[in-house]
Design a protein around this ligand. Structure first.
Ligand code: NAD
Length: 319
């Protein structure tokens, strides 16, 4: 499994894709702009909390090892916290930390009254069981929404911390007033952090929901034929440019979660990032599309902040 927080650093090194020149009806869902707007709203809320003598939301992030990408992602989260006036704490541990020691770190954060929520940056070194670590996190502080208690509550429609990426997508659909009721949504990919929760959220009753959902995956027969029936497509598989224009019904809403590196010798880094959707081809056919980068990624970071605010307000589990 790939950690959802593994995608939150890319936005700082890429600019959003452009709208194709011959496209008239399509709207780009600008996750970068929308996340900034909602961050400003969060910052205002924090100001009010401070004025009223309330507690400043406090997010902690645990980073294990020297993975340069993970460092960028964590830095991005810390910076986002600062942007909205949250407190943040970075707990850095070396890659040779034992599982027992890491579980103790989690235990300490669970019991620290000043920490409202925390995340453990994935992936963890091979000698550490990620599931064990996830299960050790107090569901009340599990602002990633990965703990089975939060996942189960989500499935039952109970108050919970939603997993950050699906939460970000729901926010996008809501803020862009994209109708979902009665629509056929096809989710491509069934991971625990994106595809499966996304399918549950879209099928649930609610403002963003009430869809008829089909989940497709690597064993699906005639995947293009199924995707072609979709009013809403959520692509979350990790295959560059997998969804092509011939798989998209005219007017469909296309949400591209994928983040893939493709070689680009002309660039400084030697690669560029693309989504699971062939953006240029598909953009000409659809009504809404998220670019990569600048779409779902920034919304994922934002969702983490929104969950942290809820945690500090005891909005999900009470005192
Ligand atoms: P994952 O590897 O855990 O799951 C991939 C899923 O895709 C699996 O369910 C698999 O069955 C399915 N799949 C793989 N190949 C397929 C194929 N050829 N046809 C149909 N289904 C296929 O991945 P994940 O963690 O869900 O991430 C998916 C993509 O989304 C990755 O590119 C990842 O980088 C990206 N991602 C982005 C964000 C973000 O914030 N933008 C967050 C999480 C993940």
């Amino acid at each position: 499994m790939v950690g959802l927080l593994d995608f939150q650093g890319f936005e700082e090194i890429n600019t959003p894709a452009a709208q194709p020149s011959n496209c008239i009806f399509m709207t780009i869902i600008d996750g970068k702009q929308l996340s900034e707007q909602i961050k400003n709203e969060l910052a205002e809320e924090v100001k009010t909390i401070v004025q009223n003598g309330g507690k400043i939301p406090h997010l902690a992030a645990v980073l294990v090892g020297e993975n340069p990408a993970s460092k960028v992602y964590v830095r991005n989260k810390v910076r986002s916290c600062e942007q909205v006036g949250f407190k943040s704490t970075l707990v850095e541990k070396s890659a040779d930390i034992t599982e027992a020691e890491l579980l103790q770190v989690v235990h300490n954060l669970n019991n620290d009254p000043d920490i409202d929520g925390f995340i453990v940056q994935l992936p963890l070194p091979n000698h550490i069981n990620e599931e064990k670590v996830t299960l050790a996190i107090d569901p009340k502080k599990d602002v990633d929404g990965f703990h089975p208690v939060n996942f189960g509550r989500m499935a039952l429609g109970m108050p919970c911390y939603l997993p950050a990426t699906p939460f970000g997508i729901v926010t996008m659909l809501e803020r862009y007033n994209i109708p979902t009721a009665g629509k056929h949504a096809v989710v491509i990919g069934r991971s625990n952090i994106v595809g499966t929760p996304m399918a549950i959220l879209l099928s649930r009753k609610g403002k963003v929901g009430d869809c008829t959902v089909t989940v497709t995956h690597s064993r699906t027969h005639d995947l293009p034929g199924i995707v072609r029936q979709a009013d809403i497509i959520v692509a979350a598989i990790g295959r560059a440019n997998f969804v092509t224009a011939d798989m998209v019904k005219p007017g469909a809403v296309v949400i591209d979660v994928g983040i893939n590196r493709v070689e680009a010798p002309e660039t400084k880094r030697g690669y560029r990032l693309v989504g699971d959707v062939d953006y240029d081809g598909v953009a000409e056919k659809c009504s809404f599309i998220t670019p990569v980068p600048g779409g779902v990624g920034p919304m994922t970071v934002l969702s983490l902040l929104q969950n942290t605010l809820k945690a500090s307000q005891k909005a999900i589990y009470g005192d």
